[in-house]
Design a binder for this molecule. Structure first.
Ligand code: OXD
Ligand code: MN
Length: 587
């Protein structure tokens, strides 16, 4: 008797008609073979064996370089369950529309069957998925990003508790591209894109979109959050999880080399993109990282911004859409101050600066997490790590102070729900436009976001020790457009203030939007920052915030009755405080 997984794979093969089917076991030899298949595909090459052993460069179709939110759908029976922030189609209609694109799509190709686990293999919080794909690049990447192969089959046995995902590159024509989620039956279909976020189905599709749905049904949380441990001079490690929109520095923060290392503050990486959080019997939330690798943005990464990842990605790494030096090493903007001579660009052409950057702005590295020198000894702890703080952050040139703390769980949920950020290259569309990205989950929440806010509020009530909630902005600029805060390893100074707050210390100044540190409460030892810049960084301008509040209220209108009343009350409370402050400053 075939297992439920075997049965599903047979059906997928009957639909897509591959020439051959390869079940992946997850061995090293097999990984090598997948990389060879990828090389045979013609869009990949082996990098310099000496300086980058076992590293590959993959060039994708130039029309397929980022997540495509316009063709990403949540397919639920009722439109309201997908909510106003998701594209919606009824499941039947979606399947009828997309099935013809999958029929025979794998003719002449190999179907790789990738059973995988999201989460540490031994963890009660881990879940099994299976992806079938006709892309060797996807198969090799899934081998890095998940626990893939026999380990998943052993965990699953004959159970039907797995999330199936059908992926085909199709013809890569953007007009034939669909990323469909069927949360009611926990199924994923993705066709027409080989890009990571669209094609590595364990990541955004399962761990977030289907994950949020499962989490609400089962009483846990699936979030777009890094997880880090901050070690203090006494050796105690406090864990924090942070949600920033795509390409806003989650990986760099999670892997930071602390500027306060001499004082004994050190950062340990548990995860860089996704957190699955479960309430523990002691009333704390426990986080596991469902992934096994980092799929990070390359441009801007260097010895200063992320020395740990630079060390990690010198072996066993797949680079996607980066530039290439004449001696076969990867290169991207920001890696070195000057581009080397004789560069090949991400499309495989001799690089001409007038044609744009050598590396695509959303070019990536895919690297095993265990290779980071900063990897936490607890990153695979089956029980997860207890979370003491949630941090929300966006990319805002103006308005948002460097950091503030919410005064209550409800206020913290409000600060997450109103998160806004300037858009980046991680998704197709204009870059640098301000958009609301609640909890950094706008592209990833698998159900009605209004209901998701309610669920957040409910979790706060359920937890005896909910994490404290903070909001950060590393990206505030002065009137000349220069960043006010140095960022990267210096961000530990802000984390240290959070640690002080968690332990009941850390001086604050109360503002209408929350608790901002007094300048003296930040450890600025050894940092050259002017008093003026510091004040500008911590400033809360009541008039600017009043304008922001109008934008928030308009945004809230989008959710109608699905928006929890608590969030309206928070907006009113902040409005009243801003009014007082405006009167006090005579505006
Ligand atoms: C990612 C993203 O790749 O958020 O992590 O786009
Ligand atoms: Mn992400």
């Amino acid at each position: 008797m075939p297992t439920p997984m075997e049965k599903w794979v047979e059906e997928a093969a009957a639909l897509t008609k591959p020439e051959r089917v390869q079940w992946c076991e997850g061995t090293e030899g097999e990984h090598e073979q997948l990389l060879k298949d990828m090389l045979r595909g013609g869009n990949s090459l082996l990098l310099d064996r000496k300086s980058f052993p076992n590293c590959h460069l993959h060039r994708s179709d130039p029309r397929d370089v980022a997540r495509t939110e316009k063709v990403t759908f949540i397919c639920t029976e009722r439109k309201q369950d997908a909510g106003p922030t998701n594209n919606w189609m009824a499941p039947q209609q979606a399947k009828e529309m997309v099935r013809p694109l999958l029929e025979g799509a794998m003719k002449g190709r190999t179907m790789y069957v990738l059973p995988y686990i999201m989460g540490p293999a031994e963890s009660p919080f881990a879940r099994v998925g299976v992806e079938v794909t006709d892309s060797a690049y996807v198969a090799a990447s899934m081998g890095i990003m998940t626990r893939m192969g026999r380990v998943a089959l052993d965990r699953l046995g004959r159970s039907d508790d797995f999330v199936p995902g059908l992926h085909s590159n199709g013809d890569l024509d953007p007009s034939h591209r669909y990323i469909l989620h069927f949360p009611e039956e926990k199924l994923i279909w993705s066709v027409g894109s080989g890009y990571g976020g669209n094609a590595l189905l364990g990541k955004k599709c399962f761990a977030l979109r289907i994950g949020t749905w499962m989490a609400r049904e089962e009483g846990w949380m699936a979030e777009h959050m890094l997880i880090l441990g901050l070690e203090d001079p006494g050796g105690r490690v406090t864990y924090m999880a942070a949600a920033f929109p795509s390409a806003c520095g989650k990986t760099n923060l999670a892997m930071m080399v602390s500027a306060l290392e001499d004082e004994g503050y050190r950062v340990w990486t548990v995860g860089d993109d996704i957190a699955w959080l479960h309430p523990g019997p002691d009333g704390y939330l426990y986080a596991v990282n469902p992934e096994a690798g980092f799929f990070g943005v390359a441009p801007g990464t260097n010895e200063h911004t992320n020395p740990n990842v630079i060390e990690a990605l010198h072996r066993n790494t797949i680079f996607t859409n980066v530039g290439l030096t004449p001696d076969n090493q990867p290169w991207w903007e920001g890696l070195t101050a000057q581009p080397p001579q004789g560069l090949i660009d991400w499309k495989g052409q001799a690089w001409l600066p007038e044609n744009g950057p050598a590396a695509h702005p959303n070019s990536r590295y895919t690297v095993p997490a265990r290779q980071s020198p900063s990897i936490s000894p607890r990153w695979e702890d089956p029980a997860g790590v207890p979370i003491s703080a949630f941090i929300f952050g966006g990319r805002r040139a103006k308005l948002e102070p460097l950091v503030y703390e919410a005064t209550s769980w409800e206020h913290g949920v409000y600060s997450g729900a109103t998160l806004a950020s300037e858009t980046t290259a991680a998704a197709t569309g204009a870059v640098g436009v301000l958009r609301r990205d609640p909890m950094a989950m706008l592209p990833f929440c698998g159900y009605n976001m209004g209901h998701y806010f309610s669920y957040w509020l409910e979790m706060g009530r359920r937890l005896a020790h909910p994490p404290r909630i903070f909001h950060v902005n590393w990206f505030r600029k002065d009137s000349e457009g220069r960043y006010l805060w140095p960022g990267y390893g210096e961000n530990v100074r802000v984390l240290k203030w959070m640690l002080d707050r968690i332990s009941g210390a850390g001086e604050t100044h109360e503002t209408p939007i929350g608790l901002v540190p007094t300048p003296a409460a930040l450890d600025l030892n050894g940092l050259d920052i002017s008093r003026q810049n510091l004040e500008a960084l911590l400033r809360v301008d009541p008039a600017d915030w009043s304008a922001e509040l109008e934008g928030v209220k308009e945004y809230f209108g989008k959710f109608g009755d699905d928006l929890p009343l608590e969030l309206h009350s928070e907006a009113d409370r902040i409005g009243r405080r801003l009014q007082h402050a405006n009167v006090a400053t005579g505006r």
